[in-house]
Write a protein that binds this ligand. Sequence first.
Ligand code: NAI
Ligand code: MG
Length: 380
Amino acid sequence: MLRLYRHSASSIPSKGTRSRSMKSFKIAVIAGDGIGKEVVPEGIRVVEAAGRRFGFECRWQQFDWSCETYLKTGRMMPADGLQQLRAFDAIFLGAVGHPSVPDHVSLWGLLIPIRRTFRQYVNLRPVRLFHGIESPLKNWQPGQIDFSIVRENNEGEYSNIGGRLYEGTDDEMAVQQTIFTRRGVERVLRYAFELARKRKKHLTSATKSNGIIYTMPFWDECFHRIAVEYPDVRTDQFHIDILTAHFVRHPDWFDVVVGSNLFGDILSDLGPAVVGSIGIAPSANLNPEHEFPSMFEPVHGSAPDIAGKGIANPIGQIWSGAMMLRHLGVPEAADSVENAIVHALQKAEVRTPDIGGNSTTADLGASIAALVRQPSKNPS
Ligand code: NAI
Ligand code: MG
Protein backbone atom coordinates (compact mmCIF):
# COMPACT_ATOMS: atom_id res chain seq x y z
CA MET A 1 0.00 0.00 0.00
CA LEU A 2 1.25 3.44 -0.88
CA ARG A 3 0.57 6.61 0.92
CA LEU A 4 1.64 10.00 -0.25
CA TYR A 5 3.53 12.00 2.28
CA ARG A 6 1.98 15.43 2.19
CA HIS A 7 3.95 18.55 2.83
CA SER A 8 2.51 20.74 5.52
CA ALA A 9 1.50 24.17 4.25
CA SER A 10 4.48 25.73 5.99
CA SER A 11 6.87 23.42 4.16
CA ILE A 12 5.91 24.78 0.75
CA PRO A 13 8.40 27.47 -0.22
CA SER A 14 6.83 30.89 -0.52
CA LYS A 15 6.75 32.75 -3.80
CA GLY A 16 10.04 34.29 -4.62
CA THR A 17 12.18 31.64 -3.01
CA ARG A 18 10.87 29.05 -5.45
CA SER A 19 12.42 29.22 -8.87
CA ARG A 20 12.05 27.02 -11.89
CA SER A 21 15.58 25.78 -11.44
CA MET A 22 14.99 24.75 -7.83
CA LYS A 23 16.38 21.29 -7.26
CA SER A 24 13.77 18.70 -6.46
CA PHE A 25 14.37 15.20 -5.13
CA LYS A 26 12.03 12.22 -5.12
CA ILE A 27 12.56 10.26 -1.96
CA ALA A 28 11.06 6.90 -1.00
CA VAL A 29 10.40 6.66 2.73
CA ILE A 30 10.34 3.26 4.46
CA ALA A 31 9.83 4.01 8.15
CA GLY A 32 9.59 0.28 8.99
CA ASP A 33 8.91 -0.96 12.50
CA GLY A 34 9.20 0.20 16.10
CA ILE A 35 11.14 3.40 16.62
CA GLY A 36 11.73 3.62 12.84
CA LYS A 37 8.26 5.17 12.69
CA GLU A 38 9.19 7.67 15.41
CA VAL A 39 12.59 8.85 14.19
CA VAL A 40 11.85 9.06 10.44
CA PRO A 41 9.44 12.03 10.80
CA GLU A 42 12.21 13.93 12.64
CA GLY A 43 14.69 13.16 9.86
CA ILE A 44 12.16 14.49 7.34
CA ARG A 45 11.50 17.58 9.46
CA VAL A 46 15.20 18.51 9.52
CA VAL A 47 15.79 17.79 5.80
CA GLU A 48 12.74 19.95 5.02
CA ALA A 49 14.20 22.77 7.12
CA ALA A 50 17.47 22.49 5.17
CA GLY A 51 15.52 22.51 1.90
CA ARG A 52 13.79 25.77 2.79
CA ARG A 53 17.08 27.37 3.69
CA PHE A 54 19.15 26.09 0.77
CA GLY A 55 16.48 26.17 -1.93
CA PHE A 56 15.61 22.59 -2.79
CA GLU A 57 12.50 20.53 -2.27
CA CYS A 58 11.95 16.90 -1.43
CA ARG A 59 8.95 14.95 -2.60
CA TRP A 60 8.51 12.18 -0.05
CA GLN A 61 6.52 9.06 -0.76
CA GLN A 62 5.84 6.65 2.07
CA PHE A 63 5.84 2.87 1.79
CA ASP A 64 4.51 0.85 4.71
CA TRP A 65 6.88 -2.09 4.10
CA SER A 66 7.75 -3.65 7.44
CA CYS A 67 7.41 -6.71 9.65
CA GLU A 68 3.90 -5.51 10.46
CA THR A 69 3.09 -5.73 6.74
CA TYR A 70 4.75 -9.16 6.58
CA LEU A 71 2.49 -10.46 9.34
CA LYS A 72 -0.57 -9.31 7.36
CA THR A 73 0.51 -10.18 3.81
CA GLY A 74 3.32 -12.73 4.10
CA ARG A 75 5.70 -10.36 2.28
CA MET A 76 8.04 -7.65 3.52
CA MET A 77 7.40 -5.75 0.27
CA PRO A 78 5.24 -6.36 -2.78
CA ALA A 79 6.58 -8.51 -5.65
CA ASP A 80 7.29 -5.38 -7.72
CA GLY A 81 8.69 -3.44 -4.74
CA LEU A 82 12.16 -2.98 -6.18
CA GLN A 83 10.69 -1.73 -9.45
CA GLN A 84 8.70 0.83 -7.49
CA LEU A 85 11.82 2.09 -5.72
CA ARG A 86 13.89 2.27 -8.90
CA ALA A 87 12.39 5.64 -9.90
CA PHE A 88 13.46 7.45 -6.71
CA ASP A 89 16.55 9.59 -6.16
CA ALA A 90 17.11 8.06 -2.71
CA ILE A 91 15.55 5.79 -0.10
CA PHE A 92 15.20 7.03 3.48
CA LEU A 93 14.79 4.06 5.81
CA GLY A 94 14.04 3.88 9.55
CA ALA A 95 14.50 0.35 10.90
CA VAL A 96 12.93 -3.02 10.31
CA GLY A 97 12.58 -5.85 12.78
CA HIS A 98 9.96 -7.25 15.13
CA PRO A 99 10.24 -9.98 17.76
CA SER A 100 7.50 -12.03 16.04
CA VAL A 101 9.35 -12.20 12.69
CA PRO A 102 12.72 -13.98 12.41
CA ASP A 103 15.47 -11.44 11.66
CA HIS A 104 16.66 -13.28 8.53
CA VAL A 105 13.14 -12.92 7.05
CA SER A 106 13.10 -9.15 7.50
CA LEU A 107 16.70 -8.73 6.35
CA TRP A 108 16.53 -10.97 3.26
CA GLY A 109 12.98 -9.83 2.43
CA LEU A 110 13.76 -6.13 2.26
CA LEU A 111 17.17 -4.69 3.11
CA ILE A 112 19.47 -7.12 1.33
CA PRO A 113 17.48 -7.17 -1.96
CA ILE A 114 17.53 -3.35 -1.97
CA ARG A 115 21.28 -3.18 -1.27
CA ARG A 116 22.12 -5.76 -3.93
CA THR A 117 19.68 -4.91 -6.71
CA PHE A 118 20.66 -1.27 -6.54
CA ARG A 119 24.39 -2.11 -6.32
CA GLN A 120 24.75 -0.24 -3.05
CA TYR A 121 28.15 -1.78 -2.66
CA VAL A 122 29.47 0.73 -0.14
CA ASN A 123 28.14 0.88 3.39
CA LEU A 124 29.57 4.04 4.88
CA ARG A 125 29.49 4.76 8.60
CA PRO A 126 31.15 7.79 10.15
CA VAL A 127 32.46 7.53 13.71
CA ARG A 128 32.92 10.82 15.57
CA LEU A 129 33.24 11.70 19.21
CA PHE A 130 31.03 14.72 19.96
CA HIS A 131 30.98 17.22 22.77
CA GLY A 132 28.12 16.26 25.06
CA ILE A 133 28.25 12.51 24.44
CA GLU A 134 29.87 10.35 27.03
CA SER A 135 32.08 7.69 25.49
CA PRO A 136 32.61 4.39 27.33
CA LEU A 137 36.32 5.02 26.66
CA LYS A 138 38.09 7.25 29.15
CA ASN A 139 40.13 10.37 28.46
CA TRP A 140 39.27 11.07 24.83
CA GLN A 141 38.40 14.57 23.70
CA PRO A 142 35.96 15.49 20.91
CA GLY A 143 37.93 15.79 17.69
CA GLN A 144 40.42 13.09 18.67
CA ILE A 145 38.20 10.31 17.34
CA ASP A 146 36.96 10.96 13.82
CA PHE A 147 37.06 8.20 11.22
CA SER A 148 34.87 6.49 8.63
CA ILE A 149 34.20 2.82 8.08
CA VAL A 150 33.68 1.55 4.53
CA ARG A 151 32.03 -1.86 4.50
CA GLU A 152 31.67 -3.97 1.36
CA ASN A 153 27.91 -4.31 1.11
CA ASN A 154 27.06 -6.64 -1.78
CA GLU A 155 29.04 -9.88 -1.61
CA GLY A 156 31.67 -11.53 0.60
CA GLU A 157 30.60 -13.66 3.51
CA TYR A 158 26.88 -12.74 3.21
CA SER A 159 25.95 -14.95 0.28
CA ASN A 160 22.94 -17.13 -0.27
CA ILE A 161 24.99 -19.83 -1.93
CA GLY A 162 25.15 -22.96 0.15
CA GLY A 163 22.89 -25.53 1.64
CA ARG A 164 22.26 -28.26 4.16
CA LEU A 165 22.42 -31.99 3.93
CA TYR A 166 21.17 -34.87 6.08
CA GLU A 167 19.05 -32.58 8.19
CA GLY A 168 18.01 -33.96 11.53
CA THR A 169 20.57 -36.79 11.48
CA ASP A 170 23.98 -37.18 13.08
CA ASP A 171 25.50 -36.50 9.65
CA GLU A 172 23.80 -33.12 9.35
CA MET A 173 25.95 -30.48 7.70
CA ALA A 174 25.77 -26.88 6.51
CA VAL A 175 27.90 -25.15 3.86
CA GLN A 176 27.96 -21.47 3.04
CA GLN A 177 30.10 -20.00 0.30
CA THR A 178 31.99 -16.73 0.58
CA ILE A 179 32.13 -14.82 -2.71
CA PHE A 180 34.90 -12.31 -3.43
CA THR A 181 34.95 -11.04 -7.01
CA ARG A 182 37.75 -8.93 -8.39
CA ARG A 183 35.25 -6.34 -9.55
CA GLY A 184 33.45 -6.31 -6.19
CA VAL A 185 36.60 -6.02 -4.09
CA GLU A 186 38.32 -3.46 -6.30
CA ARG A 187 35.39 -1.08 -6.51
CA VAL A 188 34.91 -0.87 -2.75
CA LEU A 189 38.65 -0.47 -2.18
CA ARG A 190 38.79 2.28 -4.78
CA TYR A 191 35.92 4.09 -3.07
CA ALA A 192 37.81 3.86 0.24
CA PHE A 193 41.03 5.21 -1.29
CA GLU A 194 39.12 8.12 -2.87
CA LEU A 195 37.48 8.90 0.47
CA ALA A 196 40.84 8.77 2.28
CA ARG A 197 42.26 11.13 -0.32
CA LYS A 198 39.59 13.69 0.61
CA ARG A 199 40.26 13.25 4.34
CA LYS A 200 43.53 12.65 6.20
CA LYS A 201 44.97 10.40 3.47
CA HIS A 202 45.24 7.26 5.56
CA LEU A 203 43.51 3.96 4.78
CA THR A 204 43.44 0.85 6.98
CA SER A 205 42.35 -2.53 5.60
CA ALA A 206 40.78 -5.26 7.74
CA THR A 207 42.01 -8.73 6.84
CA LYS A 208 42.42 -12.26 8.21
CA SER A 209 44.72 -13.74 5.62
CA ASN A 210 46.45 -15.89 8.22
CA GLY A 211 43.31 -17.95 8.88
CA ILE A 212 41.10 -17.53 5.82
CA ILE A 213 43.58 -18.61 3.23
CA TYR A 214 41.88 -18.07 -0.14
CA THR A 215 39.59 -15.07 -0.01
CA MET A 216 41.57 -12.88 2.38
CA PRO A 217 44.93 -13.10 0.57
CA PHE A 218 42.91 -12.22 -2.56
CA TRP A 219 41.50 -9.15 -0.75
CA ASP A 220 45.03 -8.18 0.38
CA GLU A 221 46.41 -8.52 -3.16
CA CYS A 222 43.71 -6.22 -4.52
CA PHE A 223 44.45 -3.75 -1.71
CA HIS A 224 48.19 -3.63 -2.52
CA ARG A 225 47.55 -3.39 -6.25
CA ILE A 226 45.19 -0.44 -5.94
CA ALA A 227 47.38 1.28 -3.34
CA VAL A 228 49.94 1.82 -6.09
CA GLU A 229 47.43 4.14 -7.79
CA TYR A 230 47.21 6.25 -4.62
CA PRO A 231 50.79 6.98 -3.58
CA ASP A 232 49.57 9.99 -1.57
CA VAL A 233 47.47 7.74 0.71
CA ARG A 234 49.25 6.06 3.61
CA THR A 235 48.11 2.44 4.08
CA ASP A 236 48.20 -0.21 6.75
CA GLN A 237 46.37 -3.44 7.44
CA PHE A 238 45.50 -5.47 10.52
CA HIS A 239 43.96 -8.85 11.14
CA ILE A 240 40.39 -8.35 12.26
CA ASP A 241 40.98 -9.72 15.77
CA ILE A 242 43.68 -7.24 16.76
CA LEU A 243 41.92 -4.50 14.79
CA THR A 244 38.90 -4.71 17.11
CA ALA A 245 41.29 -4.25 20.04
CA HIS A 246 42.86 -1.20 18.37
CA PHE A 247 39.41 0.34 17.88
CA VAL A 248 39.05 0.35 21.65
CA ARG A 249 42.64 1.12 22.67
CA HIS A 250 43.75 3.46 19.86
CA PRO A 251 40.67 4.93 18.15
CA ASP A 252 42.77 7.95 17.14
CA TRP A 253 44.85 5.78 14.78
CA PHE A 254 42.18 5.68 12.09
CA ASP A 255 41.00 7.84 9.22
CA VAL A 256 39.24 5.48 6.79
CA VAL A 257 38.90 1.75 7.55
CA VAL A 258 37.79 -0.67 4.83
CA GLY A 259 36.55 -4.22 5.37
CA SER A 260 34.65 -7.08 3.74
CA ASN A 261 30.93 -7.48 4.39
CA LEU A 262 31.32 -9.46 7.65
CA PHE A 263 34.35 -7.61 9.03
CA GLY A 264 32.86 -4.26 8.03
CA ASP A 265 29.59 -5.19 9.72
CA ILE A 266 31.30 -5.95 13.00
CA LEU A 267 33.58 -2.92 12.89
CA SER A 268 30.74 -0.63 12.01
CA ASP A 269 28.84 -1.54 15.18
CA LEU A 270 31.97 -1.40 17.31
CA GLY A 271 33.03 2.01 15.97
CA PRO A 272 29.82 3.85 16.91
CA ALA A 273 29.76 1.99 20.24
CA VAL A 274 33.16 3.38 21.28
CA VAL A 275 31.98 6.94 20.72
CA GLY A 276 28.74 6.71 22.68
CA SER A 277 25.07 6.15 21.99
CA ILE A 278 23.93 3.87 19.19
CA GLY A 279 21.06 6.32 18.79
CA ILE A 280 23.27 8.90 17.07
CA ALA A 281 25.06 6.68 14.53
CA PRO A 282 24.11 7.08 10.83
CA SER A 283 24.83 5.00 7.74
CA ALA A 284 24.64 5.24 3.97
CA ASN A 285 24.25 2.37 1.51
CA LEU A 286 25.79 3.93 -1.55
CA ASN A 287 25.73 3.28 -5.25
CA PRO A 288 28.56 5.73 -5.85
CA GLU A 289 27.91 5.89 -9.62
CA HIS A 290 24.33 7.15 -9.04
CA GLU A 291 23.01 4.52 -11.46
CA PHE A 292 20.49 3.42 -8.84
CA PRO A 293 18.98 5.01 -5.73
CA SER A 294 21.13 4.86 -2.60
CA MET A 295 19.65 4.19 0.84
CA PHE A 296 20.18 6.09 4.08
CA GLU A 297 19.35 4.64 7.51
CA PRO A 298 20.46 4.89 11.11
CA VAL A 299 22.70 2.13 12.45
CA HIS A 300 20.25 1.16 15.19
CA GLY A 301 17.35 -1.23 14.80
CA SER A 302 13.67 -0.97 15.71
CA ALA A 303 14.36 -1.00 19.49
CA PRO A 304 11.20 -2.87 20.60
CA ASP A 305 12.12 -2.14 24.23
CA ILE A 306 11.46 1.60 23.85
CA ALA A 307 9.11 1.66 20.84
CA GLY A 308 5.91 3.63 21.30
CA LYS A 309 7.26 5.78 24.12
CA GLY A 310 8.40 8.71 21.99
CA ILE A 311 11.84 8.79 23.60
CA ALA A 312 14.07 7.37 20.85
CA ASN A 313 17.03 9.50 19.88
CA PRO A 314 16.39 10.82 16.34
CA ILE A 315 19.99 11.94 15.67
CA GLY A 316 21.04 8.73 13.85
CA GLN A 317 18.14 9.26 11.45
CA ILE A 318 18.77 13.00 11.08
CA TRP A 319 22.49 12.49 10.46
CA SER A 320 21.58 9.82 7.84
CA GLY A 321 19.49 12.59 6.26
CA ALA A 322 22.62 14.76 6.11
CA MET A 323 24.50 11.91 4.37
CA MET A 324 21.62 11.70 1.89
CA LEU A 325 21.86 15.43 1.14
CA ARG A 326 25.61 15.11 0.53
CA HIS A 327 25.03 12.22 -1.89
CA LEU A 328 22.26 14.18 -3.67
CA GLY A 329 24.68 17.03 -4.33
CA VAL A 330 23.72 19.64 -1.73
CA PRO A 331 26.80 19.52 0.53
CA GLU A 332 26.15 22.94 2.08
CA ALA A 333 22.80 21.65 3.33
CA ALA A 334 24.47 18.48 4.64
CA ASP A 335 27.06 20.58 6.49
CA SER A 336 24.37 22.72 8.07
CA VAL A 337 22.51 19.65 9.38
CA GLU A 338 25.73 18.15 10.77
CA ASN A 339 26.66 21.47 12.39
CA ALA A 340 23.19 21.69 13.93
CA ILE A 341 23.65 18.19 15.43
CA VAL A 342 27.06 19.14 16.87
CA HIS A 343 25.61 22.32 18.31
CA ALA A 344 22.50 20.65 19.75
CA LEU A 345 24.64 18.06 21.52
CA GLN A 346 27.02 20.70 22.83
CA LYS A 347 24.19 22.94 24.04
CA ALA A 348 22.79 19.96 25.90
CA GLU A 349 19.44 21.61 26.64
CA VAL A 350 17.29 19.12 24.78
CA ARG A 351 18.32 15.50 25.23
CA THR A 352 16.63 12.15 24.94
CA PRO A 353 17.05 9.68 27.86
CA ASP A 354 19.76 7.58 26.14
CA ILE A 355 22.09 10.59 26.30
CA GLY A 356 21.10 11.65 29.78
CA GLY A 357 18.05 13.88 29.37
CA ASN A 358 14.29 13.58 29.55
CA SER A 359 13.20 15.16 26.27
CA THR A 360 11.14 13.47 23.59
CA THR A 361 12.11 12.38 20.09
CA ALA A 362 10.05 15.25 18.65
CA ASP A 363 11.59 17.87 20.99
CA LEU A 364 15.12 16.95 19.90
CA GLY A 365 14.12 16.83 16.22
CA ALA A 366 12.46 20.25 16.51
CA SER A 367 15.47 21.78 18.24
CA ILE A 368 17.84 20.55 15.51
CA ALA A 369 15.46 21.80 12.79
CA ALA A 370 15.42 25.21 14.51
CA LEU A 371 19.24 25.31 14.46
CA VAL A 372 19.22 24.52 10.74
CA ARG A 373 16.68 27.30 10.13
CA GLN A 374 18.49 29.90 12.23
CA PRO A 375 22.19 29.54 11.59
CA SER A 376 22.82 32.76 13.54
CA LYS A 377 22.06 30.78 16.68
CA ASN A 378 24.50 28.15 15.54
CA PRO A 379 28.09 29.24 16.00
CA SER A 380 29.60 26.49 13.85
P1 NAI B 1 18.44 -2.02 18.42
O1 NAI B 1 19.42 -1.12 17.76
O2 NAI B 1 17.05 -1.93 17.94
O3 NAI B 1 18.46 -1.74 19.99
C1 NAI B 1 19.61 -1.96 20.81
C2 NAI B 1 19.52 -1.13 22.10
O4 NAI B 1 19.79 0.25 21.78
C3 NAI B 1 18.14 -1.15 22.73
O5 NAI B 1 18.27 -1.12 24.12
C4 NAI B 1 17.51 0.14 22.24
O6 NAI B 1 16.53 0.67 23.13
C5 NAI B 1 18.68 1.08 22.11
N1 NAI B 1 18.48 2.03 21.01
C6 NAI B 1 18.54 1.74 19.67
N2 NAI B 1 18.26 2.84 18.97
C7 NAI B 1 18.02 3.84 19.84
C8 NAI B 1 17.67 5.21 19.70
N3 NAI B 1 17.51 5.79 18.52
N4 NAI B 1 17.50 5.94 20.82
C9 NAI B 1 17.67 5.38 22.03
N5 NAI B 1 18.00 4.10 22.23
C10 NAI B 1 18.17 3.33 21.15
O7 NAI B 1 18.99 -3.50 18.26
P2 NAI B 1 18.30 -4.90 18.67
O8 NAI B 1 17.52 -4.73 19.93
O9 NAI B 1 19.37 -5.89 18.57
O10 NAI B 1 17.31 -5.21 17.46
C11 NAI B 1 15.92 -4.92 17.49
C12 NAI B 1 15.33 -5.27 16.14
O11 NAI B 1 15.86 -4.37 15.15
C13 NAI B 1 15.67 -6.67 15.66
O12 NAI B 1 14.53 -7.20 15.05
C14 NAI B 1 16.78 -6.46 14.67
O13 NAI B 1 16.82 -7.44 13.68
C15 NAI B 1 16.40 -5.14 14.07
N6 NAI B 1 17.53 -4.40 13.50
C16 NAI B 1 17.28 -3.75 12.33
C17 NAI B 1 18.27 -3.00 11.73
C18 NAI B 1 17.94 -2.28 10.48
O14 NAI B 1 16.78 -2.05 10.18
N7 NAI B 1 18.91 -1.89 9.71
C19 NAI B 1 19.60 -2.87 12.33
C20 NAI B 1 19.73 -3.53 13.62
C21 NAI B 1 18.73 -4.29 14.15
MG1 MG C 1 25.12 -4.81 11.79
